[in-house]
Design a protein around this ligand. Structure first.
Ligand code: COS
Length: 381
């Protein structure tokens, strides 16, 4: 995108965040849902299509540009990002990266327009960090597959029009090689949804089980048409997704630091604003330093991704660092707010709970450490 158009988009998102999203945060928390008008406005702004190539009606942003927009957006509650997150990221990118032309033509324009919402169905009751052990099976039956299994904690499942679903097409092949990625419309007979999950935070973001019971799809639903490549598709999608999550962590870091500085300058104790105390200043300084480190790493990794290089190690380092950092930043924000930081009306305790998820989804911190160490050792061989 040319510089001027991008600057305009960024400014528009900034205004939208200030004028529409931040004022709606309490309503979303109360109702555990995003108001329809806001969903419509997000659609109009093109937010569902950030990462979809222009040829299919999206904005076709680079990773660096997408990260900058997501950072702006997540100065508001990260719940708003969650609505578009799976369509921009893990739900659609399998099709963008590995989809056949007909699959892209069928799905990407609808996803870009926000007419269809995609959701990523990898995790299962017995397959979380060990994604390659998934048990959902897709049994070949003529020119169809019959899918049976349960997917767990699936973000946006109840809003989804389509799932990117990982299932085992070769039941005898253990591990990653027997897995294929499917495009499954959510209205396919044989799909039911579990009860909405009750979560620690992120009220207004929705997750639930998705149960496939002899759900029949054409064989042509396999992403790219070749069975057995689904695990690699999922891993590539997650490499990219981890950069996106770092941008989310950074946007929320910006917000928490702003809230902390403002509160520290307003709050008076011992006859002066608490921002005058060096122990409070130290917390502010540590938070800003960590946010700047995330920003520098995010810029570097996004640029490397945009240059077409393999970023598995870097994306994991970035996701690991940025999400652990925002956890500490949120914790300091609560501390700076003191008693008020524990009270719901100040929102800091809500954000503290919201960001806890970042260290878990799209690969736990421990999985990121494993990926980093493995890549280091691989490079040494
Ligand atoms: N890009 C492309 N291919 C990749 C890849 C990547 N980032 N990571 C792995 N692969 C390939 C490997 O090259 C290997 O291919 P070959 O068999 O042809 O050599 C195959 O995928 C299997 O990889 P590996 O042996 O590393 O798989 P493991 O089962 O040991 O574990 C981890 C891989 C732990 C990294 C993976 O399971 C993981 O990321 N888990 C976390 C899952 C997750 O993030 N869940 C969140 C739910 S979605 S919100």
């Amino acid at each position: 995108m040319d510089h001027e158009t991008f600057a305009l988009l960024r400014e528009t998102v900034r205004r939208f965040v200030e004028q529409r999203l931040i004022p709606a945060e309490d309503q979303v928390e109360r109702e555990d849902d995003i108001p329809r008008e806001i969903v419509a406005e997000m659609r109009e702004l093109g937010l569902f299509g950030l990462s979809i190539p222009e040829a299919y009606g999206g904005l076709g942003l680079t990773m660096a540009e997408e990260a900058a927009i997501i950072r702006e957006l997540t100065r508001a509650s990260v719940v708003f990002r969650s609505l578009i997150g799976t369509t921009v990221g893990i739900g659609s990118q399998g099709i963008v990266m590995d989809g056949a032309e007909a699959q892209k033509a069928e799905w990407l324009p609808k996803l870009a327009a926000g007419e269809a919402i995609s959701s990523f169905a990898l995790t299962e009751p017995e397959a979380g960090s060990d994604a390659a052990s998934l048990r959902t099976v897709a049994v070949k039956d003529g020119d169809t597959y019959r899918i049976t299994g349960t997917k767990r904690f699936i973000t946006n499942a109840s809003r989804a029009t389509v799932f990117t679903l990982m299932a085992r097409t070769e039941p005898d092949v253990k591990g990653s090689k027997g897995i294929s990625a499917f495009i499954v419309p959510a209205d396919t007979p044989g799909i039911t949804l579990g009860k909405p999950d009750k979560k620690m935070g992120q009220r207004g973001a929705v997750t639930c089980d998705v149960i496939f019971d002899d759900c029949v799809v054409p064989a042509s639903s396999i992403i790219g048409g070749v069975p057995g490549l689904g695990f690699k598709t999922a891993m590539k999608v997650l490499d990219r997704g981890r950069i996106h999550i770092a941008a989310v962590a950074l946007g929320m870091s910006d917000r928490l630091i702003d809230m902390s500085v403002r509160y520290a300058m307003e709050r008076k104790q011992f006859g002066q604003a608490i921002s005058g105390f060096q122990l409070v200043q130290a917390m502010l300084a540590d938070s800003k330093t960590e946010a700047l480190a995330t920003e520098a790493l995010l810029n570097a990794v996004a640029a490397k991704f945009d240059a077409g290089e393999n970023v598995s190690l870097e994306a994991s380092s970035l996701k690991y660092f940025s999400t652990e950092a925002v956890g500490r930043i949120a914790d300091r924000a609560v501390q700076i707010h003191g008693g008020a930081g524990y009270m719901a009306e100040y929102k800091v305790e809500r954000f503290y709970r919201d960001v806890r998820l970042f260290r878990i989804y799209e690969g736990t911190s421990q999985i990121q450490q494993i990926i980093i160490a493995r890549e280091l050792m691989r490079a040494m061989q």
